[in-house]
Design a protein around this ligand. Structure first.
Ligand code: UFG
Length: 345
């Protein structure tokens, strides 16, 4: 089996993908600068899979170091996660986001090109579609300039990789994720929270645990079935397994290929439905208030998941109930961890 480099492999989606790759028989090399995670995640991965990945702590923007590692280890494919991901922070500090997210991408691209044209699986987002006019949204929908620098780094990132693929540098599969949630069922890995969460489900679980008094639902007058925004929420292990399917495919592609693929469930769920489903799955109560709209939110976004099914032979399989049970299990374990207070990035 091929040896795969996972950049940002100790982060939320990265760590689940490392486990899924190991379970599928791949050898894994991780590069992570620990900017938004903890080194202990390595122990947690080993606990789950029984195998400790090879891990190096440095910034993948250090291209020479990255290229030496790829060549020394005999890496055959790269999954590139390493990026900053907070929408709000990117609006306050755009250059930090462009420097990091584009800098790391270019470094990974050059290292892949100069190490034998290695295939790249890129971590993109449904944010490239903005507020789509047609639902479910498929990969041919127009790409809309993002309101946030974070979102724009995903659009520009795809363009950079497309141009490089067109020039024959390597093959690329860009995975456009919808909303990843939940955690590994073991409760060993999940999304670490270094401060205020930035996504709906951690707010729900922190409210259920009593850490927060109530959940604010941003907007209840949208043109949706119950007035709240609709998203396509996908279990992070389903998403991790999509990366394994994508890497398997990418290893068979010739350089010059670039494909973008939606990774979602194909099902839209409103914020209110999420709260009710969480309560049903866990038996817990989530006090909430209906609050003002949050600036920049799309009304409804959910995937056309057909290309992933036909071309990658992958589809999401975990139910929302299962996902909420795993999210709650993680929240309880998170409460026992001694996480240093610092800013999320
Ligand atoms: N929401 C609430 N209350 C909260 C948190 C969120 O009502 O406390 C709502 C949001 O308004 C939205 C939905 O829950 O309607 C989902 O919000 P998230 O923040 O969890 O996710 P987003 O859909 O906003 O974010 C996703 C990706 C980002 C990406 C963004 C682009 O997670 O990486 O889409 O729009 F940048």
């Amino acid at each position: 089996m091929a040896k795969i480099l996972v950049t940002g492999g100790l982060g939320y989606i990265g760590s689940h993908t490392v486990v899924a790759l190991q379970e599928a028989g791949y050898e894994v090399v991780v590069v992570d600068n620990l900017s938004n995670t903890l080194a202990e995640v390595e122990d947690s991965i080993e606990k789950i899979s029984g195998t400790r990945p090879i891990v190096h702590h440095f910034d993948v923007a250090e291209q020479g170091k990255l290229q030496n590692l790829i060549q020394d280890e005999g890496v055959e494919g790269i999954i590139h996660f390493a990026a900053f991901l907070q929408v709000n922070e990117s609006v306050e500090n755009p250059l930090k986001y462009y420097e990091n997210n584009i800098g790391t991408l270019v470094s990974v691209g050059k290292a892949a090109r100069d190490s034998g044209n290695l295939p790249i699986v890129f971590s993109s987002s449904c944010t490239v579609y903005g507020n789509p006019e047609t639902l479910p949204v498929d990969e041919n929908a127009p790409i809309v300039n993002s309101e946030s620098p974070y979102g724009q780094t995903k659009i520009v990132g795809e363009q950079i990789l497309k141009h490089a693929a067109d020039a024959g540098d390597f093959p690329v599969i860009s995975l456009r994720y919808f909303n990843p949630i939940g955690a590994h069922p073991s409760g060993e890995i999940g999304e670490l929270q270094f401060g205020e969460p930035h996504h709906l489900v951690p707010y729900i679980t922190e409210t259920a645990s009593g850490k927060r008094s109530e959940l604010k639902i941003f907007g209840s007058d949208y043109p949706t079935s119950d007035g709240t925004c609709v998203r396509d929420y996908i279990h992070v292990m389903d998403l991790a397994e999509a990366h394994v399917a994508a890497m398997k495919k990418a290893l068979s592609l010739k350089r010059g290929n670039f494909e973008a693929v939606n990774i979602g469930t194909g099902k839209g769920t409103s914020v209110l439905e999420m709260v009710k489903s969480f309560e049903n799955a866990t038996g817990l109560e989530v006090p909430y208030v209906l609050a003002d709209r949050r600036a920049g939110d799309a009304i409804a976004v959910y995937a056309s998941a057909g290309k992933a099914k036909d071309w990658l032979k992958w589809e999401a399989s975990r139910s929302l109930d299962e996902t909420f049970r795993d999210a709650w299990n993680w929240e309880k374990n998170l409460a026992k961890k001694n996480i240093p207070e610092r800013e999320n990035v």
